[in-house]
Design a protein around this ligand. Structure first.
Ligand code: ZN
Length: 397
């Protein structure tokens, strides 16, 4: 962690605050990782000195992110029948119901396979949306009978007008220019039209996962920066709710209304103190979490012992950076269930199929915060003995 100084080697690619456009503030995190299929990737996290917005700066390059999405995007396949109601969609619908919003025309940006829209339609909404993935658009039509526009919001929103509601579920944190996107959304809404979105929320730092500040998330909102984003883009909050008890990190769900054109923008509030407090406490918790993982690895693996790693995601990139695994043990292979990763390199290691790792016979370090328990169960069910499996977060079932 770097305190109160912008490092000169990072300053060149700095990215102005996505809300207030100030270009100053302390670098609170600085990450350089070898990422599967992408090579060495670096980015910083900065807390805006003027408004407190926390965001990538310098940010990951647009071409790096495009490569990441192109190589490793997955769409959940589901069985025939009703698509599941995701937790974000349930919270967004609950906010509308709490405010007694009557159904009208809704447009979902980043609609994926249309599962959320399916549930809006069932409640009486006329539904449409867009997604940049041809696979997602095809599946939305085949599985859910929903026609989506193929493309990003910057292509899809401009031709639209007089919508009653535009939704973004876990999309805004991925955008390089969220203000421009919300300005486009505003123009596509009817006067008094509504905006409904959910994003991760910087809250309860001690319960957040390791690796909260991640490659794909360019902005990190909290209650203040959400209000500031709305004020800066011609919206006013109608209702919002922070859900701390959400896996794997807290979220904020927000319903806002388009303000009339002649209403001046509200002044921005300062979220600097709260954001700095979050970042300091999260950094301490994150350091402690990696130290615990390092201790677990050293206790479970003899010096120089051959081990494999299960999981080739950013968690593994970070594990190799933040623990002594690669020097304490002899890391012989990394695998992943995702076939798209096989053959790609993660630092000096090439990702191999799971059967190669199972055939080697040594200990296996599970490297996934979100899926550790599920992977352990699958390995046990596949005949891997319990004493070969090393977990970092969860206890044996
Ligand atoms: Zn700012």
């Amino acid at each position: 962690m770097i305190q109160d100084s912008v490092r000169s080697d990072l300053a060149e690619a700095s990215r102005p605050c996505v809300i207030c456009e100030a270009d100053a503030g302390p670098q609170v995190f600085d990450t350089r990782l070898d990422i599967c299929g992408l090579g060495a990737v670096s980015f910083g996290i900065r807390c805006c000195a003027a408004c407190g917005m926390v965001q990538q700066s310098p940010a990951v390059g647009a071409e790096v992110l495009a490569q990441q999405y192109r190589l490793f995007s997955n769409y959940t396949q589901f069985d025939q029948g009703d698509p599941p109601l995701s937790a974000p969609a349930a919270r967004m619908l609950a906010l509308l119901e709490r405010r007694a919003i009557a159904p009208g025309r809704v447009y979902d940006v980043g609609a994926a396979t249309g599962a959320a829209l399916w549930h809006f339609r069932r409640r009486g909404w006329a539904v449409s949306g867009c997604d940049p993935s041809p696979k997602a658009v095809e599946q939305a039509l085949l599985s859910n009978g929903i026609t989506l526009d193929l493309g990003d919001e910057h292509e899809a929103l401009p031709p639209l007008a007089d919508l009653d509601l535009i939704t973004f579920s876990h999309v805004i944190e991925h955008l390089f220019h969220p203000r421009e996107t919300l300005a486009r959304a505003r123009r596509a809404l009817a006067p008094g039209g509504l905006l409904l979105f959910e994003v991760p929320c910087l809250a309860a730092p001690e319960i957040n996962p390791p690796g909260l500040f991640m490659l794909e998330h360019l902005s990190y909102f909290d209650a203040v920066s959400v209000e500031n984003l709305l004020a800066a883009t011609g919206f006013e909050a109608v209702d919002s709710e922070i859900t701390v008890d959400n896996w794997p990190f807290p979220v904020i769900t927000v319903l806002a209304r388009r303000t009339p054109d002649d209403v001046p923008a509200a002044p921005l509030a300062s979220g600097v103190a709260a954001a700095r407090d979050f970042c300091d406490r999260y950094a301490a918790a994150d350091d402690a979490a990696w130290a615990r993982s390092d201790a677990r690895l050293r206790a479970a693996i003899a010096p120089g012992e051959a081990v494999c790693v299960w999981g080739a995601g950013v968690h593994t990139s970070t594990l190799l950076e933040r623990t002594a695994l690669a020097t304490h043990a002899r890391l012989v292979a990394i695998t992943d269930r995702d076939q798209q990763k096989h053959g790609h390199a993660l630092g000096p290691y090439r990702i191999v199929p799971p059967e190669d790792v199972l055939a080697l016979g040594g200990k296996i370090v599970i490297s996934s915060y979100v899926s550790e328990a599920a992977i352990a169960r699958a390995l046990l069910a596949g005949g891997v003995s319990r004493d070969r499996i090393i977990r970092l977060y969860t206890a044996d079932d």
